[in-house]
Write a protein that binds this ligand. Structure first.
Ligand code: B12
Length: 556
């Protein structure tokens, strides 16, 4: 059967999608044909709705399968409605899956536009659905799917309003180790790689043992536990790709696509299982892949052997979810149980192993106080992490974070359904004064961190330079701040140039508006030096010593 995938990836970063590539590979393996409509304005021309209708008429798929995150769901629903209006009774079955339908499946089904709604990891389930449809059936009993009773979506709106659908339990997690290689050819992967400056996403594991309130994983685990009647340990959520299969996949990727400069492992937690991480690093090194790579880790899950193996194999950036510098917020609001000491030690040991550390932090968290916001600034300044990405907390439907946002009164139940802000600013309300502080910290975090470096590293010369700017920014009222914001990058570039000329270790806004990057990294990069070779890495202490000596010379 022909299956047309639709990825409504609009108004966000362009890219590849592991879920779709995996689903497509499984279908192709079973002899089905797949195609993709990838809607992203960074990959023009973006097909119009009329062109999608035309494609469905011409290619005549037996199923149109949408995949979406929460922010993509509105566009998915609109396009599905448009298809139905244009094609009428000739509309093929429409199915939607992915993160948003997984989190709020009933809500999605109640929209009445879909024939089936997929929940969780659907390699086995989608294949089962396609097999049954190809055999001319209209199934309503396929695991992981919400399907209209009798297998067909009622034609009348009144009948759909009666919510007569079957909510099938999820099946076991797919056997990840034996899934076929992702179908990279589904996407315009060469073009995406070129536009991403040679960054290429891979995966070597699935699953995560933590229950962070802002993430979907706690909800997934609860759903599988309930449907399968099993405890967490027997669910088999954590799964790994054997090292030999991964290396074969990487070789094929390198043979097929040009210009790959960095692999980025998108696993939730690459370092969780020591044996797996060591096996992948050893195989990567032994195979002489030689492409630097990036992984996600956790401050409580970085075995020194893994840190060392990563450094040796070409691991370049180690990403850590820190999220807040406040122990209370981490433990009580986010359910991230780790101490300041865990953070400090892991950053230090990763850096010592030659890895450039990268921390994710969020501002504007439910019940967060201004003092706790400053603790996040202090945490970054204290650890002198390699880089940090600052996000405004956004409550995703179906998560505990969503409930917390309501419980703490930052947003009403009515308003919350219309929230859309992911990166521009906070979607929560803390009152005018704190809203302004959240916005300033969210947009100009590197300046605040620079200004506080000297608190933890006496003599850090960048602090004096940035302190004046930070005072000015803090004194701005909302109108002045709005007027100032458009020049933020320009001011940052000028100050960073001065700090660099003076040999001061500092953070500057680099790569995108949310990233603060430590100057030793971007200076090494500008000079074309490879970070993973220790000899090329400018020691930050040397930089500071040079600056202090220069300052002392000026005084005398
Ligand atoms: C890797 C990753 C990324 C990568 C790649 C994303 C991608 N599109 O592939 C990058 C770094 C680019 C990224 C960016 C972002 N991400 Co991200 N990311 C992840 C992460 C860690 C893993 C996703 C993944 O590949 N999983 C493995 C694959 C195999 O699973 P999957 O995609 O879910 O697909 C399976 C099922 O969903 C289902 N399925 C999927 N599609 C379909 C379709 C049909 C028809 C059916 C039946 C089933 C089905 O079957 C698939 C196979 O098993 C998740 C966390 C997580 N554990 O899921 C967050 C996550 C998806 N990201 C999230 C967010 C918010 C973002 C950003 C918006 C962040 C930002 N502020 O910029 C951007 C959005 C970018 C974009 N346009 O997609 C959120 C989404 C929350 C939500 N409710 O929407 C998640 C869930 C993290 C969280 N906070 O909980 N992300």
């Amino acid at each position: 059967m022909r299956v047309l995938f639709v990825y409504p990836n609009l108004y966000t970063q362009m890219g590849f999608n592991h879920g779709l590539a995996s689903l497509s590979a499984v279908l192709k393996d079973a002899g089905h044909a797949t195609r993709l409509v990838n809607l992203n304005e960074k990959l023009p021309p973006v097909p119009t709705r009329e062109e999608v209708v035309e494609l469905v008429r011409e290619w005549a798929p037996g199923l149109v399968a949408f995949s979406c995150l929460t922010q993509q769901y509105g566009a998915a629903r609109e396009l599905a409605e448009f298809l139905r209006a244009a094609l009428g009774d000739a509309t093929p079955p429409l199915v939607v899956g992915g993160i948003h339908p997984t989190m709020v499946p009933d809500e999605v089904m109640a929209d009445g536009v879909w024939d089936h709604v997929g929940v969780g990891e659907c390699e086995d389930a989608l294949l089962a659905l396609v097999t049954r449809l190809a055999a001319g059936e209209a199934p309503d009993d396929v695991p992981n799917f919400l399907s209209w009773r009798g297998g067909t979506r009622p034609r009348e709106a009144a009948a759909r309003a009666a919510r007569e659908w079957v909510k099938n339990p999820v099946g076991a997690f797919p056997d990840y180790a034996n899934l076929p290689e992702p179908d990279y050819a589904l996407f315009d992967t060469q073009r995406i790689t070129d536009q991403k400056h040679g960054w290429f996403g891979l995966m070597s594991s699935r699953g995560c043992p933590y229950r962070c309130t802002y993430c979907l994983n706690h909800k997934i685990v609860d759903r599988y536990k309930e449907d399968l009647g099993k405890g967490v340990s027997s669910l088999g959520f954590f799964r790994f790709r054997p090292a030999d299969k991964l290396i074969a996949e990487i070789r094929r990727v390198l043979d097929t696509y040009t210009g790959i400069g960095t692999f980025i492992f998108d696993d939730d937690l690459f370092t969780q299982n020591v044996e797996h991480a060591l096996a992948i690093c050893a195989a990567y090194e032994a195979a002489g892949i030689g492409v630097p790579f990036v992984v996600n880790a956790h401050v409580k899950k970085l075995d020194p052997r893994v840190a060392e193996a990563l450094g040796r194999a070409g691991g370049r950036i180690l990403k850590l979810g820190i999220e807040s510098g406040s122990p209370r917020v981490r433990a009580r609001v986010l359910k991230r149980h780790m101490t300041d000491r865990d953070i400090d030690e892991t950053v230090a040991s990763a850096e010592a192993a030659g890895l450039h550390t990268s921390g994710f932090v969020m501002v504007g968290l439910p019940s967060e106080t201004p003092e706790e916001l400053w603790e996040t600034v202090d945490c970054l300044a204290r650890t002198r992490i390699g880089r940090f990405r600052t996000s405004f907390f956004f409550p995703f439907p179906g998560t505990e974070g969503w409930d917390l946002a309501i419980e703490h009164g930052h947003v009403g139940r009515e308003e919350i359904t219309s929230l859309t802000t992911f990166t521009d600013g906070s979607a929560l309300d803390f009152g005018p004064e704190q809203n302004l502080l959240v916005d300033k910290l969210g947009k100009a975090m590197p300046w605040f961190v620079n200004a506080r470096l000297a608190r933890f590293h006496p003599g850090a010369p960048a602090s004096a330079r940035y302190a004046t700017l930070v005072e000015r920014v803090l004194a701005m009222d909302a109108a002045a701040w709005e007027a100032f914001k458009p020049c933020l990058r320009e001011v940052d570039a000028a100050l960073s140039a001065d700090a660099t000329a003076n040999g001061e270790l500092h953070y500057a806004i680099r790569y995108n508006d949310f990233m603060g990057v430590r100057s030793d990294w971007f200076l090494a990069e500008e000079q074309g030096l490879e970070w993973t070779t220790a000899a090329a890495r400018p020691a930050r202490e040397d930089l500071e010593r040079a600056a202090l000596a220069a300052a002392a010379a000026e005084v005398s």
